[in-house]
Design a protein. Sequence first.
Length: 142
Amino acid sequence: MTLELRPFAKDMCLCGLLSLSLSVHLICCIEVFFSMVLLIQAPDLLTMDGTYFYFLGLLDGGGESLFALHVIMCSSCVITAILLYVGSRNRFPFLLLPHLIWQYVFIIVSVVISTVLLILGFRGEMLLPSSVVLSGMLLIPV
């Protein structure tokens, strides 16, 4: 038995196992799924109104702001994922740009929020283990 190396096809990724269009559609499905799960959990931000124990009273009464940020990020993810799907399906490259921009904005927002959470943890305004865990969870997709 010999190992035969074949050249990669032009429109293949994942070491030639998936076509590029199929992997774009897979990314869209995964992003929409997780965004919808997070949107279903969003009303909890309003009912808790920022009174999570790990913030030590810092965000009490700030549930509306957290809810707004959460809904804006998740709904914009769904919208840009749909545009990505339509753009890749119809071969319209300009529809891919909103998703690319959203990815960069998400990276920046995640890094800023993670930094703020860690600073709050080290200052004692938030439980330190919680700030480390929340920062880690926020940076996983990045």
